[in-house]
Each structure stands twice: as C-alpha cells, then as structure tokens.
Design a protein around this ligand. Structure first.
Ligand code: HEM
Length: 289
C-alpha cells in the first residue's frame, strides 16, 4: 500500500505520469501568481487580486472535475478517472484559500467575515457553494466511500451540479461590467450537464458524433440567446441589438462562438478517436484471418 499523501503514485504505488500531470496543472496557478508577484504586490488591492485568482481557479478545477466523465468517454481514455478526485480536492484547496484570503482582507475579524457574508446575497450564495464543496472534499476518501456505501456516496456527490450552479451565480453577481468570461464558463458547465442528461435520456454511456455536434450547436445558440437576454435586461437594450454585435468580430469574439469552438473541438476528438478505433478493429480482424 502506498502512503495516501503520495498523490503522484497510482493505486499500485507506481509513478503515474497522468497524476504528475494533474498535480502540475493544479500547481500552475500558484506558479503564475509567483511569477506575477511584483504586479500583485504593487497593485491597488493585492489581497483582492489574490481572492479573484483563487476563486477563478477553483471554478476552473471544478469544471475540469465535471469534465472528466464525459471526456474519458469521448476520448476513450478510461484512466482519466484516476485524477478526478485529485482535481476535485484541488478545487476545494483553491476555494479554501479563497475564503482564507477573504478573511485576511477582513483583518482576520471573524465577526466581520460572518457579518459581510450574511449581508450580501452573492456571498451567501458563495458560502453555500463553499460548504457544499467542503462536504464533498471531506467525503472523498476511500474510507468515506466505504462508510457511506457506493449508492449513498454517489447520490451525495451529485450535489456537485448544484454547487457548480451556485458558484456560477456567485461569479456572475460579483462581476461588475464585462460578463464575457462568466458567460463562456456558464456555457461550458451547461454543455457538461446537458451531455449527462442527453446520455441518460438516450440510455447510453457514449453519445454519437452527430449527437455531440447537435449538443454543441444547441449550447452555442442558447449561449447567444442567454447573453442577449441577460445584457438586454441589465442594460435596458433590445436583445436583438446585442445579437447584432455577435457578428462584429472587431468588438471581440462573443461567448456563443467560444462555446461553439470548444464544442466542435470535443467533436474533433471524438471523430479522431472513432477513426483510430475502427482502424485498430480492422487491423485486428485482418490479423485474425
Ligand atoms: C464563503 C465563501 C465565499 C466568499 C466569502 C467569497 C468571496 C468572494 C469575493 C469577496 C470575491 C471578489 C468580489 C469583488 O471583488 O467584488 C469573489 C470572487 C469570486 N469568487 Fe468567491 N467567495 C466564496 C465562495 C466561492 C466559491 C465556492 C466559488 C467557486 C467554486 C467562488 C468563485 C469565485 C469567482 C470565480 C470569483 C471571481 C473571480 C474573477 O474575478 O475572475 N467563490 N468571491
């Protein structure tokens, strides 16, 4: 048995390139912050800058955790499941840092922290997501899986979808002006959840390339509509005028296009894998003759 802190080794205790890669990915934001330490320290609000960085990366790793199941099926790379727990716990580490930095920003006055959180809706929502993630991280050990039983554990961990939704609402609410990145993040989360719903509805674990194309195009269209309606309501302008800007690429690439490119990227991975699989099957058949 390998010591549980040696996360770079697989269950059999061997060095795992996949785990080392995931660990490096999880440490990348720390390295980036260290490289930018001069800018952070000399910025207007260093602690606030770091709160934003930690919150952003927590959301990224939460998204990657949710992406493991669809992507391992699409890329036919089952081993990817080996790093799902690591990514999820990594997301929690960033979110724990996010709250610790927020506490530091309130001069470590816990009374003030509680007062601030309880008086702002976006912080109440963030805190609910925080508690949810803490619960999932605390029950992520093998011992807890055994204690809770597989089915109860799985049901509890399905809360990750609700947590992701709360985290996205928190992200949107704290964004003051440009919602391009939160909208793109929301569309990716929506794609991941819609993938699961479609697979469940079709009673299959693998969606066809055609279904993936339909899913990606639908998510892209809904992102355009969602953004147009959202901006329309927030700034009292016609959503049609917002949609007009979608084709003005000089004004930036709208999240709907970004979602389409991301979705079609996944479709390309699926198509390449399917081609490689059929080629391998053909060579096996020839060898067997
Ligand atoms: C007790 C829990 C939480 C507190 C007190 C908190 C607090 C904050 C604060 C103060 C900001 C900056 C707002 C501003 O500058 O106006 C922020 C931003 C953010 N938070 Fe949280 N948060 C919490 C939970 C979460 C959770 C659970 C997530 C995601 C998993 C999250 C993700 C984010 C993101 C993505 C941002 C924006 C980052 C960016 O600008 O790129 N937060 N949060």
């Amino acid at each position: 048995m390998k010591p549980s802190w040696q996360v770079w080794r697989d269950r059999r205790g061997r060095f795992s390139a996949l785990r080392i890669g995931a660990l490096a990915l999880l440490l990348l934001p720390v390295a980036k912050a260290l490289i930018n330490v001069g800018d952070i320290v000399h910025g207007a609000r260093p602690l606030n800058d770091m709160i934003h960085r930690a919150g952003f990366w927590a959301l990224v790793f939460l998204g990657l955790t949710l992406a493991v199941t669809p992507f391992r099926r699409i890329a036919r790379y089952g081993n990817l499941i080996d790093v799902r727990r690591m990514l999820g716990v990594g997301a929690f580490c960033y979110i724990a840092t996010h709250l610790a930095l927020f506490t530091a920003d309130q001069s470590y006055d816990l009374g003030k922290v509680v007062h601030e959180i309880s008086h702002r809706v976006y912080l109440i929502i963030g805190a609910t997501a925080w508690l949810g993630l803490a619960t999932l991280a605390a029950t992520s050990t093998d011992g807890m899986v055994r204690r809770l039983g597989g089915q109860r554990w799985r049901r509890l961990h399905q809360a990750i979808y609700a947590i992701a939704l709360l985290a996205l609402i928190h992200y949107f609410q704290q964004t003051k002006a440009d919602v391009t990145v939160p909208t793109f993040a929301a569309s990716l989360f929506f794609w991941l959840i819609a993938y699961r719903l479609l697979a469940w509805w079709k009673n299959t674990s693998e969606l066809s390339t055609l279904s993936l194309i339909a899913l990606s195009v639908t998510v892209s269209i809904l992102t355009f509509i969602g953004e147009a309606v959202g901006i329309g309501i927030a700034f009292h302008v016609s959503p049609l005028r917002v949609l007009d800007v979608a084709f003005d690429f000089g004004a930036g690439i709208r999240p709907g296009w970004q979602a389409l490119v991301a979705g079609l990227g996944v479709v390309a991975v699926d198509a390449v894998r399917a081609r490689l699989d059929s080629r391998a099957a053909r060579s096996r058949a020839v060898a067997a003759e």
